[in-house]
Design a protein around this ligand. Structure first.
Ligand SMILES: Nc1nc2c(ncn2[C@@H]2O[C@H](COP(=O)(O)OP(=O)(O)OP(=O)(O)O)[C@@H](O)[C@H]2O)c(=O)[nH]1
Length: 324
């Protein structure tokens, strides 16, 4: 039997960034969606700590049809268990949201959805959403893990903007965009945000949507604090040689794969009418041909890499060689 894969949203954010507040909102709002939410045991303030016992996976259906799961086992096991309950009719849900702990790197959670065939068939990773506490971001972003959470994101949500002034929000926005120029940045007020901003992002799809946030606009020059995680954008208006491109990417992944948090490209290949698209997370990537370039359109290749301490000069020099 074939199933429609269940879209999965991964919610990350440093300690106290407002993840639980947002989840509570998602679970309680009358949005008509059948969401299942997984939160793990390490969360300081479980949504439903008082209501649940101590089973390895505790599941509760809420009044609006949403499902809340608190897990004390590995994520994979919980994902299989939810499928069993879904298939047996014991539970109903058509989307899944997973809360990462504040100190966690979202990468292993994301990688779970590419790990096993059955998980790949039944779930599809839709996007990674990272909450950033506007009042405490400066302190949090001193931690590489907090920068990585921003770097992995398809959407960035600023919480607690009510506690700071507009100039602070603007400076923080610029800093976050330097770290991650692909992600759109939105404000969330005490967990309130339109769910359409969070769902159906298709961050891991092979499509030509290179920067959903359209944040490839120029940024003001960086100040003294340069973050370890940053975005590198490569562009070329000359067609690329497919063999040289493969060699360039292979070499890049071999040498820096574990530092390439997220990357995406839309490329004009010499002798090919269709745009080539690719996307990846760490060493996991995919590529394909997409729609044809329109006659009135400039065939510009754009590659966006969000990486940890990437050697920019060497990568730019390597890319300069890829031209056909
Ligand atoms: N002023 C203000 N406070 C907020 C906002 N969002 C969340 N908070 C508060 O921030 C505190 C932490 O929020 P949580 O939702 O528990 O954060 P969390 O990310 O789940 O925290 P951990 O699970 O401990 O990492 C709570 O006291 C919230 O009420 C906001 O937009 N404005």
């Amino acid at each position: 039997m074939s199933h429609t894969p269940i879209p999965v949203t991964v919610l990350s954010g440093f300690l106290g960034a407002g993840k639980t507040t947002l989840l509570r909102h998602m679970l309680q709002a009358e949005h008509g969606l059948k969401l299942a939410v997984i939160e793990n045991e390490f969360s300081d303030t479980p949504i439903d700590g008082q209501l649940l016992g101590s089973e390895p996976v505790e599941v509760m259906t809420l009044a609006n049809g949403c499902v809340c799961c608190s897990i004390h086992v590995e994520l994979e096991k919980a994902l299989y268990l939810l499928l069993d309950k879904l298939d047996s009719g014991e539970l109903a849900f058509d989307r899944l949201v997973i809360e990462c702990t504040g100190l966690a790197d979202p990468a292993p959670v994301a990688q779970t959805f590419f790990a096993e065939e059955e998980l790949c068939e039944r779930y599809v990773l839709d996007g990674i959403i990272t909450l950033v506490d506007a009042a405490n971001a400066e302190r949090h972003l001193q931690e590489t893990i907090a920068q990585a959470q921003v770097g992995f994101a398809d959407r960035i949500l600023l919480s607690k903007t009510d506690l700071v002034d507009a100039a602070h929000v603007e400076a923080l926005t610029q800093r976050l965009q330097r770290i991650n120029r692909r992600a759109a940045i939105r404000v969330v007020e005490h967990g309130r945000i339109d769910l359409t901003e969070l769902l159906d992002i298709r961050g891991f799809n092979l499509n030509a949507d290179i920067a959903p946030g359209l944040t490839l606009r120029p940024l003001t020059p960086a100040g003294s604090s340069i973050d370890r995680i940053a975005t590198l954008v490569l562009k070329s208006t000359q067609p690329l040689d497919i063999d040289k491109l493969s060699a360039f990417m292979e070499n890049l992944l071999e040498t820096h794969g574990s530092s390439l948090l997220r990357y995406k490209g839309v490329l004009a290949i010499a002798g090919e009418e269709r745009r080539m698209v690719f996307q990846g997370v760490l060493r996991l990537y995919g590529f394909d041909y997409d729609s044809e370039w329109r006659a009135d359109e400039a065939r510009e290749s754009v590659l966006v890499f969000i990486g940890d301490n990437l050697p920019e000069e060497a990568i730019r020099a390597g890319f300069a060689e890829v031209i056909a």
